[in-house]
Design a binder for this molecule. Structure first.
Ligand SMILES: NC(=O)c1ccc[n+]([C@@H]2O[C@H](COP(=O)([O-])OP(=O)(O)OC[C@H]3O[C@@H](n4cnc5c(N)ncnc54)[C@H](O)[C@@H]3O)[C@@H](O)[C@H]2O)c1
Length: 307
């Protein structure tokens, strides 16, 4: 039995679907703050609860778990800066609460969703590898890193096995365009409404956009990665202007973007070194244009949950 926290969310729900396809028994733990009921795979057991609950073991039989895939989090960078206590409560205390149940019931392993975009801070060199100094520029980046460190502590103290995956910017079907993270979904959403997307800054800032199904594959491969920290990205940088043009061409959008002032505290360029993941047998397989086409098709017909 595998527990997927955040399994009603964007990335978590894709992980659940793949696990179900591979005949695993899955429990989803999600309180639906940003998750969506429609994302929940009907073949999984769903527990509507908060990862911070002190009575989780009354709802989940931890003894039956072989693995926890921990995706649930407060993911909004700006919320984390405005309300760092709320962010820390979910991302640090919530993670620690799960770890305590895992210790109590002797659950063997955790796979943890961390952030390659947030923990390293302003890159000192590019592409950023796993040994890059950790200098987060937001409470979110720090709370994710604290989660990593608690997991490593539980490994040292109690032998808990782990794999920490530091994702770059993940995109794909089911990403909420209302959120702050999904620039691809936001641009597509605006163009579908015939509104011009807004680009903050000059648009030459770059990110590493990785397709959600490639991230899912990394999570399944991580079953066999023992006590590793691994960047999961494409190893390629794409500017927001390039991204805009790809989406514009795919959608036949006629308008122009609106340029606004840059957002404070945002990194200018970042992309991840993925040599370690490659050496472990994983690589990002989905070309950006192809992934974007899939998101466009999905967003045109959201009734299709694409399972
Ligand atoms: N999307 C990205 O680009 C990206 C990049 C790096 C890391 N990550 C990490 O990947 C994970 C998944 O992110 P996502 O993009 O799918 O976000 P998401 O918001 O779609 O998913 C998070 C899920 O966690 C649930 N949740 C939040 N707080 C909870 C709580 N206290 N108790 C129980 N459930 C709770 C939400 O309802 C939601 O279903 C997160 O840990 C995030 O930090 C995401």
């Amino acid at each position: 039995m595998i527990l997927v926290t955040g399994g009603a969310g964007f990335i978590g729900s894709h992980i659940v679907d793949e696990l179900i396809k591979n005949n695993y028994d899955v429990i989803i733990l999600d309180n639906l703050t940003t998750g969506n009921k429609d994302n929940i795979n009907p073949k999984a057991e769903f527990v509507n609860a908060d990862i911070r609950n002190k009575d989780l073991d009354e709802k989940i039989n931890f003894k039956d778990l072989e693995l926890v895939i921990h995706q649930a989090a407060q993911i909004n960078v700006r919320t984390s800066v405005e309300n760092p206590i709320y962010d820390a409560d979910i991302n640090i205390i919530g993670t620690l609460n799960l770890l305590e149940f895992m210790r109590k019931y002797d659950v063997n392993k955790i796979i943890f969703a961390s952030s390659g975009g947030a923990v390293y801070g302003e890159p000192k060199y590019l592409p950023v590898d796993e040994n890059h100094p950790i200098n987060p520029l937001s409470s979110y980046g720090l709370s994710k890193y604290c989660g990593e460190e608690y997991i490593k502590l539980y490994n040292r103290l109690y032998g808990l096995e782990y794999c920490i995956l530091r994702y770059s910017n993940v995109y794909g079907e089911r990403q909420d365009p209302k959120g702050e993270a999904g620039v691809i979904s936001i641009f597509i959403d605006r163009m579908l409404k015939n509104q011009s997307p807004i680009i903050f800054g000059d648009g030459n800032q770059t990110r590493d956009f990785v397709y959600v199904k490639d991230v899912v594959k990394a999570n399944l491969m991580a079953f066999n990665w023992k006590n590793e920290i691994v960047n999961i990205g494409t190893g390629k940088e794409t500017s927001i202007n390039e991204l805009y043009n790809i989406i514009k061409n795919e959608m036949g959008f006629k308008g122009n973007p609106i340029y606004d002032k840059p957002r404070e505290g945002e990194i200018y360029r970042i992309y991840l070194n993925i040599e370690k993941a490659k050496s472990l047998g994983w690589k990002s397989e989905t070309d950006l244009r192809e992934g974007i086409k899939r998101v466009i098709n999905w967003m045109k017909d959201k009734k299709n949950i694409n399972r």
